[in-house]
Design a protein around this ligand. Structure first.
Ligand code: AMP
Length: 288
């Protein structure tokens, strides 16, 4: 594995890589969820290809009230994980490498980004799109792997790739969870013990909604039930809980057998915002 901190070092690695380049962008504090993305990248790249991972805590996707400096940066452990997962290039730029001091161009997605995380965190997805576009330019991967954990981010990135015609395939990877159902996240380490004990109830509420959907319950009552269940978690503040079309993130209109629905939720628990989502099978709700 080589570690690069400059654009020139990345370019040099890219020139020498013969096979497919598969890229996994991260903010570090790597856990088994990131490891699963890297393993997927390794399989997609094959033995001739190259796996590139970036670790960059991108300031432009943090709001003024969010504590960028508190974001964990365990770089030794991160590098060790990358090495043991067979990463070829670890790209760890600093802020000056990514942004000119008078940077004045950004990428802005203007539809999917406005709701959910975008509404809670204005400007967040402009930051995400801009940094991902920059990283795509630098690394020029054939494939990039993103986690379904951040479902809205995945939808926004797919839209950016479509609209800006990046010649890159986006592979979405399923959410990796703790045994009790809590989705792995770099922020889970900040959960106080009491909140950690309550956190699996988020996935339980999602699973209950998916099971009710299987049983034929209509989506409006599923959404009500989901909000009620999440609202009952002791100490939790519900930011949002909606069942939407999985690609456009629009509210569900008329349900057909083609409709693909996803429940997206964000809950604040013990001072930590926890995101989760799950596919909601609506086929059985079509019956009159
Ligand atoms: P982050 O470091 O939080 O920016 O995440 C980097 C990538 O890892 C993103 O594509 C995330 O969606 C993905 N990711 C984070 N947590 C998980 C998880 N529990 N399961 C699957 N992917 C994840």
């Amino acid at each position: 594995m080589i570690t690069a901190v400059t654009t020139a070092a990345v370019a040099s690695w890219r020139r020498k890589t013969v096979g497919k380049v598969v890229f996994v962008p991260t903010m570090g504090a790597l856990h088994s969820g990131h490891a699963a993305l890297i393993q997927r990248a390794r399989r997609l790249a094959g033995k001739d290809g190259g796996v590139a991972v970036s670790i960059f805590v991108n300031p432009t996707q943090f709001g003024p009230s969010e504590d960028l400096s508190r974001y964990p940066r365990p770089i030794r452990a991160d590098a060790a994980l990358c090495r043991s997962e067979g990463v070829d290039l670890l790209f760890r730029p600093d802020v000056r490498e990514m942004y000119a001091s008078d940077v004045s161009v950004a990428v802005s997605e203007k539809s999917l980004s406005l709701r959910f995380e975008g509404a809670e965190r204005p400007g967040h997805f402009d930051g995400v799109c801009t940094v991902v576009a920059l990283l795509f330019q630098m690394i020029r991967p054939e494939i990039a792997v993103f986690g379904e954990k951040d479902w809205q981010q995945l939808a926004v990135i797919r839209r950016m790739v479509r609209d800006l015609k990046f010649p890159i395939r986006i592979a979405g990877h399923p959410i990796v969870r703790e045994e009790d159902g809590l989705a792995l996240s770099s922020r889970n380490r900040f959960l106080p013990a009491g909140a950690r004990a309550m956190a699996p109830r988020i996935f339980q509420a999602l699973t209950a909604a998916a099971m009710e959907a299987e049983a034929g319950t209509k989506h409006a009552s599923l959404e009500r039930q989901l909000r009620r269940d999440l609202g009952r978690i002791p100490g939790a503040t519900l930011n949002y809980a909606s069942i939407v079309e999985e690609t456009t993130l629009e509210p569900l209109g008329r349900i057909t057998s083609q409709t693909k629905a996803r429940a997206l939720v964000a809950v604040k628990l013990g001072g930590v915002r926890l995101l989760d989502n799950l596919a909601i099978p609506l086929g059985n709700s079509l019956a009159p």
